[in-house]
Design a protein around this ligand. Structure first.
Ligand code: BTN
Length: 262
């Protein structure tokens, strides 16, 4: 990694053409989890759109209580504060997955795909993940959108158990991604897709359909600890993933209570 490639809020913010996301940008050297820092800022409504980055997390977390692994200065580790959101968590999660997939596509120089709810996949491996958390503050719901993108990792940088299933942008592109440019692309893409989510949810679900690896395929998942299998026939912007079960019935699965088995 070139030593000049440090995350810099001025570089990320220069000529950033967003309406909402990244109006304020903070870069930390090290934090526990950017989602925890963001949750503190979320107490102030004026911090809507604030983007927090860090070079290192000592307690990064993923969905369902998992640990999010990253080294020093090898990733984009970002949390965005959303205190003023008109859309529901399901649509927010879809819009964010679309936004992250689009932001990564060009630098990875490969097709990016979405594995519902929150995994971004390149060449069949996970390159990024999204952790959407919500909190009730003064009677309204605020969201923290946490995004982790693997950038400079080599295969051996990942823990042994992830080496066959994880990848990074550098591995895929066979070059070295500029994280400041990627951070700017990310904020621009999130700004665009959150605006779309508020204006026209069909645009979000249609784009999700283009990018989904599960659509039209068999999916097995755990919903409230019960196992379901079926063919994925789409997503609903309020109710989540739609499976046609082996019985022929259609069932909706919301992201908060569901984890994918296969
Ligand atoms: C997942 O795939 O399980 C979601 C991973 C989300 C990781 C990011 S890194 C920035 C933010 N801070 C965290 O502690 N987690 C999210």
């Amino acid at each position: 990694m070139p030593t000049t490639e440090r995350l810099d809020p001025d570089i990320i913010g220069a000529n950033l053409k967003t309406n909402r996301i990244g109006r304020k940008i903070l870069v930390y050297k090290t934090t526990s989890s950017t989602n925890d820092i963001a949750a503190k800022y979320a107490k102030n409504k004026d911090n809507d759109g604030l983007a927090i980055f860090t070079e290192e997390q000592t307690a990064g977390r993923g969905r369902a209580g998992t640990k999010w692994h990253s080294g020093r200065a090898d990733s984009i580790l970002c949390s965005i504060v959303l205190t003023d959101c008109e859309c529901n968590a399901e649509l927010l999660s879809l819009a964010c997955a679309v936004a992250v997939a689009e932001a990564i596509g060009k630098p990875a120089n490969k097709q990016t795909k979405i594995k519902w709810p929150n995994d971004i996949i390149v060449s069949g491996k996970k390159v990024a993940g999204i952790l959407l958390e919500s909190k009730a503050i003064d009677g309204s719901t605020v969201y923290i959108l946490g995004i982790g993108i693997n950038c400079h990792q080599k295969k051996k940088s990942f823990p042994a158990e992830l080496q066959q299933t994880a990848t990074s942008i550098d591995i895929e592109s066979r070059s070295i991604v500029d994280r400041n440019s990627l951070a700017k692309r990310l904020l621009t893409s999130i700004d665009h897709w959150l605006e779309m989510a508020q204006k026209d949810s069909d645009r979000v679900t249609n784009r999700w359909r283009d990018l989904s690896i599960q659509l039209g395929h068999g999916v097995t998942l755990l919903y409230n600890r019960r196992k379901f299998s079926g063919n994925c026939i789409g997503v609903d912007p309020e109710k989540g993933l739609i499976l046609e079960l082996e019985s022929g019935a259609r069932k909706f699965f919301d992201a908060a209570h569901t984890s994918i088995v296969k």
